[in-house]
Design a protein around this ligand. Structure first.
Ligand SMILES: [Zn+2]
Ligand SMILES: [Zn+2]
Length: 478
């Protein structure tokens, strides 16, 4: 059991923490270490595996930190290269708290995207680990262990702003590791977890040159990462107010919406509704076309981008719709009523959206109704076929005096896997015939009244054909 005394945050003198203190690398700069990389490094420095660190230390620390009470670190805590530790959601805050308590280090939230969670909406993280091999090589050249930058985890960042080449998803270049699999692997950011090569030197990858736009975005994001502590301390509402001031000329907002690929209604809602948030990518696009500095905008200050060049074209380009030929739409809908084509199919064929079709109200309704009937008929036919297959198998087995089991049914030719409908119906027939040893198959809970009635009828037919000696059980569900 751990000593409670270390939990105090403003300790007056040196206190005991279960782990000795290490600071995140690159603190306060655009190259700040990600919390996941920091966590892996803390484990490594203590000669613990990441799993040991969680199981042997952090799980004991949690009960001592009041805001974490009731939190349990689930089994998938490191999934997607530590997404939970970085994303900025409530779980990220818990990771910051538990690591702060275990290491005695404050300010770890600057290694996560917590600061942005109040300012923007949307998922900011790339799904997996990405690295700049040249940055890792420079780490090694300095005689330090390479580490994972928070910047590299941002979805909006596709290249290294310093080396102007695309980030890569590292894979081991030495092929399948036969031994040391799973348990002996090194888990450290910037180190190959298959062969242990520091800086992923086993990974041969041609660095490809990034475009001007990509580098511009990466540099904006890099300066933003360096400013995360200041962003965290500033009021999120100041951001839309800034843009509102920026667009106070008549027509300026419409113009901004057009150029940045935003919807005017989304922009005005963002400015007028205190709870509305703009997506991070949209904000970055606005900075791009207006030549604004993202890091200061997020702090509520309107400043020109420190990056020369521009304007930078938005990454999110709105789909341009061709003018709609409503005569053709009407004719296609009339055809669809007869042919049974669905509205989705018509929309795809004519390259228009569903809303355009829906403007032809009455025809649209007819097509929907025809589709519904067609789907219903197809479903009825599938059900009848499945009941028929199960009933035929049950009858044959009963006549042969063999137990009505799925295995026997397959032996006489019923083609159905245990998870499929005919197999489930066969189980229902057995239950209906009086077998109390069988549990309802999972599919039974999704069967509607009409199908249950069909099965009930099949049970009666099987029972009658075989003499029906047994007591029948009602087929109930739930
Ligand atoms: Zn680099
Ligand atoms: Zn390797």
């Amino acid at each position: 059991m751990l000593d409670r005394s270390f939990i105090r945050v403003d300790w007056p003198q040196a206190e005991t923490t279960p782990l000795f203190g290490i600071r995140p690398l690159g603190e306060g700069t655009g190259d700040a270490e990600s919390l996941f990389s920091y966590f892996l490094r803390v484990a490594h420095e203590h000669r613990l595996t990441p799993r040991n660190l969680v199981d042997a230390v952090l799980r004991d620390v949690i009960p001592l930190v009041p805001p974490l009470q009731g939190w349990r670190i689930g089994w998938g805590w490191d999934k997607d290269a530590g997404r939970d530790m970085l994303s900025g959601g409530s779980v990220t805050q818990k990771w910051v708290r538990v690591l702060a308590a275990a290491t005695g280090q404050a300010g770890l939230e600057a290694s996560t995207l917590i600061a942005l969670s109040g300012h923007v909406s949307g998922d900011l993280l790339a799904p997996g680990a990405r690295v700049c091999l040249q940055c890792l090589a420079e780490d090694s050249a300095k005689g330090t262990l390479p580490y994972g930058r928070l910047l590299w985890r941002l979805k909006a960042v596709t290249c290294c702003p310093a080396h102007r080449s695309h980030l890569v998803e590292p894979a081991c270049g030495r092929g399948e590791a036969l031994v040391r699999a799973q348990f002996g692997r090194v888990k450290l950011a910037g180190v190959c977890n298959q062969c242990g090569s520091v800086g992923h030197r086993c990974f041969e990858s041609q660095s490809t040159e990034a475009t001007f736009e990509e580098i511009w975005r990466a540099k904006q994001c890099q300066r933003m990462i360096g400013a995360l502590p200041q962003i965290a301390a500033s009021d999120p509402r100041a951001v839309p107010q800034c843009i509102k001031r920026h667009c106070d000329r008549p027509g300026a907002l419409t113009s901004l919406a057009l150029r940045s690929g935003a919807t005017l209604s989304v922009l005005s809602r963002w400015m007028n509704n205190p709870h509305a948030r703009l997506s991070f990518d949209q904000l970055l696009d606005i900075c791009g076309v207006e030549g604004l500095e993202l890091a200061t905008l997020l702090q509520g200050r309107l400043e020109a981008s420190r990056e020369p060049g521009g304007p930078v074209e938005p990454a999110r380009v709105r789909r341009k719709l061709a003018p709609v030929d409503h005569q053709a739409v009407k004719a296609a809908l009339e055809d669809a009523v007869r042919s049974g084509e669905s509205v989705t199919q018509v929309a795809e064929r004519l390259r228009v959206d569903i809303a355009t079709l829906a403007r032809h109200k009455s025809l649209y309704k007819q097509v929907r109704e025809a589709t519904r009937q067609k789907q219903n008929a197809a479903m009825q036919a599938r059900q009848d076929e499945a009941v028929h297959a199960a009933e035929t198998a049950a009858l044959r087995l009963a006549r042969q005096n063999r137990p009505i089991t799925h295995r026997n049914a397959r032996k006489i030719g019923m083609a159905s896997y245990p998870s499929e409908t005919p197999a489930a119906i066969l189980s229902m027939i057995r239950i209906g015939l009086g077998d109390r040893t069988l549990a309802y198959p999972p599919l039974a809970y999704r069967m509607g009244e009409p199908l249950l009635k069909k099965i009930e009828a099949a049970v009666q037919r099987v029972s009658a054909a075989t003499g029906g000696g047994q007591e029948r059980l009602p087929l109930q569900y739930r």
